[in-house]
Ligand binder design. Structure first.
Ligand code: URA
Length: 191
């Protein structure tokens, strides 16, 4: 079965099976979206208000900024895969708690194992903390980490979250500069 079909089936399965307590407090689950055979997967934090209403990840202001940065490195949203560590909007956009991240993580792992990307980009401190516990985003941004995940060594890359950097001039510029490194990181590696 091709990756797109496997991903569609996994989304349907996890929509029914995920036991995250946020599930009953939001409008709907927000699936990952994009190319099921992507070289790059971006992992954000959790859906916000717009994402919760429309059921699509990164479609608000942070998503627009993400699309602009993708364009800078010659990519479109459809070329990559964009998802979140938590699939349901936390009330009032509060930070997700460890139990919610844990509950949604099996869903995320299945997405990653089906897509099997070359590079996993962690957007912000929650995604970073999940894969590289104890590391600060202020130290990790713009860096690659080789981590054992799903039985083999893989490349992870840390970035500031676009929502955090959006209205912070210095952080915004740093994020854009870090983002540009993605093409170099990709071109150096084997799948
Ligand atoms: N922020 C996220 O982390 N994910 C979204 O989908 C939107 C904003």
């Amino acid at each position: 079965m091709d990756q797109k079909k496997r991903l569609d089936q996994a989304q349907i399965k996890w929509r029914d099976m995920c036991d995250c307590s946020l599930r009953n407090q939001c409008t709907q689950a927000v699936f990952g979206e994009g190319n099921a055979e992507a070289d790059i997967v971006f992992i954000g934090e959790a859906p916000g208000k717009n994402e919760d209403i429309q059921g699509r990840p990164f479609i608000g202001a942070a998503g627009k900024f993400l699309s602009e940065m993708l364009a800078i490195i010659g990519l479109k949203r459809e070329d990559v895969y964009i998802t979140n560590i938590v699939k349901y909007r936390p009330p009032e956009n509060r930070d997700p708690v460890p139990e919610e991240i844990e509950a949604c993580s099996l869903w995320l792992y299945e997405e990653l194992s089906i897509i099997d990307p070359k590079l996993i980009v962690m957007l912000g401190r929650h995604a970073l903390e999940h894969f590289v516990p104890g590391k600060k985003i202020s130290e990790a941004h713009g860096k690659t980490f080789r981590l054992i995940f799903n039985g083999r060594e893989r490349s992870f890359f840390a970035l500031y979250h676009p929502a955090a950097a959006l209205y912070n001039g210095g952080m915004r510029q740093t994020l854009i500069e870090d983002f540009k490194k993605i093409s170099k990181v990709i071109s150096k590696m084997e799948k």
